[in-house]
Design a protein around this ligand. Structure first.
Ligand code: SER
Length: 592
């Protein structure tokens, strides 16, 4: 079964079960300070998992583009990649509180539907996988919560024997150090020729490590909240967050033991094999993966640079380039590969097709790096310290080691390991994010101040004029720091009026409504926003509407916000107004 058909079936299956379809969000998260990239299907849904009502209801289904680079060194084995598509279905909220927009569900339905989709006959809309090849893990219990016997029982009721269900302590999923989280149940599929049959706990762990088993789906029962790495209690609602990696499902559906032989990669890996004069499988896989991730990142507006997202993109392109040199693949071949991906994803992700042709960003970066590489290699031949290659000439550090070994030169292992650690930390940081702007966390106080900041911007525009736009923000539980375009000092009188405007909206118990509308329509409606060109054709607009019908604010945003201004505790107070940079003023404000 082709991957396009797997996507289609997944969406259809859940649509039939009353799920509304949501489109993939950008790989660059909007207003989420905790990550550089969208790393899971649930990430754009965090505000709704925390309790904000989703405009499409409680049951959602979609396919989300994701990038995870913490395992970049593993790419080249059978199952790791840095870009993947995550098929997911979600339930937001308590199953027992129907509110007219579809009811939520929890463990029983989530597990049953996962099982049905995987194993139902192809004629019945499923994937028709062999239930005898399925192995299940459930949460084994720890200080945060007790062992999840309930999920194990549900699996047994569906016909999975006790011997195929393993309790693991680390079956707990969270997107990072803070946010919604909970125990999970994972589904593994046996991809060996003969079939593994009954496995002991230890044998299961080994089979997983050796990639004889592949995790194809994860059902997370998100009812807990984590702060700074610690589980602090239950969320206001119970949620279901599931994720099935398309690449891995394609692998098992197409009878392959690795993702690179599936239709998602195969045309490219074949092309590399045909055109390489010194073919090596691992290098071909790395090139295929890195160019694919790079073109998706470029399509979502990331540019190679020395910082944050741009650094990760640059590293991917440089690694691809070095491996390409190794197996004699030219820049023009890499260009062809980028274009092949453009064609391949044309219908599902037209934005990739749009950037993949001609002299795209990847090619520009590759050419720049080519010059660096030639200079660097020359220096290397002259015996220059290999670490200077890495630090000055931007050679990926792990490849410097290979190069040194290949040429029979010695290497200071200790120095090398130190340097390697530094780079790994940078990659990890990349995944965790390190933003100066946006919301510092999803603490209820930060969320209150976020909504108040929207009101403040609306107030500033009301009293100063339409030239005022957001130029930056940084919101913590203690205060909001907000930069906006305005040429001169704001008088105390205006600041008082802005404060009064915000406090009036707070006192009126205004509701916060989110709607997804075409960008053009939002512009015509006078919705406030900066960087319009960066947003997709459909945008999220957050409105603050009082019971008397007055709209206090309408602004482009990804949330999270309070549901009602009545939830904002305290009086809004501007504590400082000062210059930030030329033509930009800065306000600090608190809720007292
Ligand atoms: N968020 C979970 C994961 O990424 C399930 O989708 O595995």
């Amino acid at each position: 079964m082709q991957s396009e058909e797997i996507r289609r079936r997944f969406i259809e299956f859940f649509k039939k079960r009353d799920h509304a379809v949501i489109p993939s969000a950008s790989l660059v998260p909007q207003d989420d300070p905790s990550v550089l990239f969208t790393t899971a299907g649930m990430q754009p849904l965090v505000p709704y998992l925390l309790g904000a009502p989703h405009p499409k209801g409680r049951r959602l289904v979609g396919v989300q583009k994701c990038v995870r680079t913490q395992d970049i060194e593993e790419v080249g084995d059978n199952t790791h990649d840095t870009f993947f598509e995550m098929l997911g279905n979600w339930s937001l909220g308590d199953p027992k509180s129907p509110d007219g927009i579809g009811q939520g569900y929890f463990k029983e339905d989530a597990i049953r539907w996962s099982y049905e989709f995987l194993t139902a006959h192809k004629d019945k809309g499923g994937l028709g996988l062999d239930s005898e090849r399925l192995y299940i893990t459930v949460f084994g219990g720890n200080d945060n919560a007790q062992r999840d016997d309930e999920s194990a029982e549900i699996w047994q009721k569906l016909g999975i024997s006790k011997e195929r269900i393993f309790f693991l302590e680390d079956n707990w999923w969270s997107p990072g150090e803070s946010g919604p989280c909970g125990p999970d149940s994972e589904m593994f599929y046996d991809v060996t020729d003969k079939g593994l049959g009954e496995l002991s706990h230890e044998e299961f762990v080994v089979a997983d490590e050796r990639q004889m088993l592949v995790e194809v789906w994860n059902d997370v029962f998100m009812e807990y909240e984590k702060k700074d790495g610690k589980v602090v209690g239950k969320l206001v609602q119970k949620n279901v967050d599931t994720g099935a990696g398309l690449e891995r499902l394609a692998m098992v559906m197409q009878g392959k033991n690795n993702i690179f032989d599936t239709d998602l990669f195969n045309p490219v890996t074949q092309y590399i094999q045909k055109n390489s004069k010194k073919y090596e499988e691992k290098a071909a896989r790395i090139i295929a993966d890195h160019i694919r991730t790079s073109i998706f990142l470029v399509a979502d507006g990331v540019f190679p640079s020395n910082k944050d997202r741009g650094y990760i993109l640059r590293r991917l392109i440089r690694r691809a380039s070095v491996y390409a040199q190794k197996i004699d693949i030219t820049i023009s071949d890499l260009n062809t590969i980028a274009m092949m991906y453009g064609e391949q994803y044309k219908n599902t992700y037209p934005e990739v097709f749009d950037v993949s042709g001609g002299e795209n960003e990847i090619i520009v970066e590759l050419k720049k790096f080519q010059e660096t590489l030639v200079k660097g290699l020359k220096k290397f031949e002259e015996g220059i310290d290999p670490f200077i290659l890495a630090t000055t000439y931007g050679f990926p550090i792990e490849l410097t080691k290979e190069l040194v070994k290949e040429r029979g030169a010695g290497i200071d292992e200790e120095q090398f390991n130190q340097e390697m650690k530094k780079h790994q930390e940078l990659s990890r940081k990349g995944a965790e994010g390190k933003f100066k702007g946006g919301l510092a966390d999803t603490d209820p106080k930060t969320v209150m101040l976020h909504t108040a900041t929207h009101l403040m911007l609306a107030g500033l525009r009301k009293y100063l004029g339409d030239h005022v736009h957001q130029a930056g923000s940084n919101i913590t539980p203690e205060r909001t720091r907000f930069d906006f375009t305005h040429p001169e000092k704001v008088s105390q009188e205006i600041l008082n009026k802005v404060e009064a405007y915000v406090n009036e909206a707070i006192q009126k118990n205004a509701s916060i409504e989110m709607e997804k509308i075409p960008k053009q329509q939002a512009k015509e409606n006078g919705v406030e926003g900066s960087f319009w060109e960066k947003y997709p054709d459909e945008v999220n607009v957050y409105k603050v509407v009082a019971p008397d019908g007055i709209i206090y604010s309408q602004e482009l945003c990804g949330g999270p916000h309070v549901r009602n201004t009545g939830e904002i505790k305290g009086i809004f107070k501007i504590t400082k107004e000062e210059a930030s940079s030329s033509g930009v003023r800065r306000i600090k404000a608190v809720l007292e």
